[in-house]
Design a protein around this ligand. Structure first.
Ligand code: SAH
Length: 244
């Protein structure tokens, strides 16, 4: 059944109003009619099944039939901080990372970032990334649309560690500490920040700064992964640890 994320205020006690691009999707793409059923999510964990009661040019009205649909969220909230990658790789990371259950994403710049930040285009790009997250969340039957944060500087990223129970920096030269070991001791309900470097990785000074800021440098296995593969590996590890 098709699912749509709506603003929390559009999900009332017994009805939901769907607006925006989703109206077009319901009417023209899905060719839905009155009486058809859809799933609506408020993005905060309330997922309901409902039936289409009325279709207007800019709104579809849904009557709620069933509350409390299955929760598919990972038991830990994983934020992926990704060294701003080249081309459309961030889009790939957001789409696949959402399928794998990430709670939020942000990109950051560091000494080996090669992409030039275009601040003028930034708002548009964030909007596009947020849209990709929403569509991927619908496709994977998530109850939460991952939040896409602003692009951060290296300093801002380091300072953000205090908002998490666990903060790790994926570092391919780390030989003893593994991500698996960190996960083994992690209770459900934790907030975890995973930092992945850009294509050129981190320099040693950055690794030392991150450790001083409270990050644990960890290995993601013996092979060198591409920057866009590493977050997907990390998210798969979390699913394996808590869900398998
Ligand atoms: N320095 C490298 C590799 C960069 S890979 C080079 O020679 O180009 C890009 C990022 O992916 C790294 O900064 C790291 O965060 C992550 N990564 C890739 N493979 C990893 C591994 N085996 N363990 C931990 N992190 C890894």
């Amino acid at each position: 059944m098709q699912r749509y994320f709506v603003e929390p205020m559009h999900m009332r006690e017994q009805e939901v109003t769907i607006t925006g691009d989703d109206v077009n999707h319901i009417v023209r793409v899905m060719r839905s009619r009155i009486g058809d059923e859809v799933i609506c999510c408020n993005g905060q964990g309330r997922d309901v099944r409902g039936t289409i009661e009325a279709i207007e040019p800019d709104a579809v009205h849904i009557r709620i039939l069933e509350e409390g649909l299955k929760n598919r969220e990972l038991p830990v909230q994983v934020t992926i901080a990704q060294g701003l990658p080249k081309g459309d790789k961030m889009e790939w990371v957001i789409q696949k990372g959402t399928e794998l259950g990430a709670f939020s994403f942000c990109a950051f710049t560091s000494s080996r970032t090669v992409v030039k930040l275009d601040t003028k285009k930034e708002a548009k790009r964030l909007e596009r990334w947020q849209k990709i997250a929403k569509e991927a969340a619908e496709q994977s039957h998530r109850s939460v649309v991952p939040h896409i944060g602003n692009v951060q500087s290296w300093r801002e990223l380091l300072a953000s560690a205090s908002g998490f129970h666990y903060a790790v920096l994926a570092y391919e030269k780390e030989e003893s500490a593994t991500f698996g070991r960190v996960l083994a001791d992690m209770p459900p309900g934790s907030k975890l920040l995973v930092v992945i470097g850009p294509e050129g990785g981190f320099d040693e000074k950055e690794v030392a700064e991150a450790e001083a800021a409270g990050f644990a440098a960890v290995s993601l296995g013996k092979r060198i992964l591409r920057a866009e593969t590493a977050p997907l590996y990390a998210l798969s590890c979390v699913s394996y640890r808590f869900e398998q």
